[in-house]
Design a protein around this ligand. Structure first.
Ligand SMILES: [Zn+2]
Length: 238
């Protein structure tokens, strides 16, 4: 019997140039989630589906996260045609991806989002994934660089965007990620500040029921961890 490949090609219409394009997906049955880091970076047994989340149109160069590929407005479409398509060399992104191929695709998505002036939460999501790809590759310097970009975009998103609408990043997860990224980047005082905001929301009856219990419990653990690190650092100085 022929071995079943862990990935396959499927079709989607490009919302920018209207071409019927192919992109590669991982068969969910062939993978197993092994664990997740505290910033949600996942580890799989089998092919890593994160590698395939950046979908690029080979015809016009439009690229987006697979969950957002169709969500593009008239203004953004015009920006992509003007900024991306005019300079685009047609090339394919289907088939198996390694980290380098995945990075190339994700960086094109980041370029698209920047050129179309997309919401900061979208930019943050892509920066996070690029940081994870560098983490898989043990490249901590570049990982930190993109965690930093993700952090700045999440902070802007928290201040600017309506995070109450369905299907988008919610305000509680946003607070959590900001606290977690500050911790990863050794900004302990900021980390405590952002985790505290989330923990305080949980004491407010208006918010309490809307915050997932696991998120709040993890936030409390991480808050304590950061406090301990700060106390230990203080002892070293004293
Ligand atoms: Zn296209």
């Amino acid at each position: 019997m022929a071995e079943i490949k862990p990935y396959y090609n499927t079709h989607i219409d490009c919302p920018v140039c209207n071409s019927d394009i192919e992109y590669t997906k991982v068969r969910s049955k062939t993978i197993k989630l092994l664990k997740q880091d505290s910033d949600f970076c996942p580890y799989y047994e089998g092919e890593n589906p994160i590698y395939y989340e950046a979908v690029i149109c080979p015809e016009c160069g439009y690229g987006a996260h697979i969950t957002n590929f169709k969500n593009i407005n008239k203004y953004e479409r015009a920006r992509v045609r003007e900024k991306i398509t005019k300079k685009w060399t047609k090339r394919s992104f289907t088939g198996q991806r390694n980290i380098d191929k995945a990075l190339e695709a994700f960086k094109l998505v980041l370029l698209n989002l920047t050129d179309m002036e997309a919401p900061k939460s979208e930019l943050a999501k892509i920066c996070m994934r690029i940081a994870w790809l560098y983490r898989y590759d043990n490249d901590s310097k570049n990982e930190e660089r993109f965690l930093e970009h993700a952090l700045n975009n999440y902070i802007e998103a928290y201040g600017q965007e309506d995070l109450t609408s369905e299907g988008k990043l919610d305000q509680y997860t946003c607070l959590f990620i900001i606290g977690e990224l500050c911790k990863r980047l050794d900004r302990y005082e900021d980390s405590v500040k952002w985790f505290s905001r989330l923990i305080m929301f949980n004491a407010d009856p208006q918010h309490k029921g809307k915050i997932p219990q696991r998120l709040i419990e993890t936030a409390r653990d991480l808050y304590q961890e950061v406090k301990d690190i700060m106390a230990a650092a203080k002892e070293d100085i004293d």
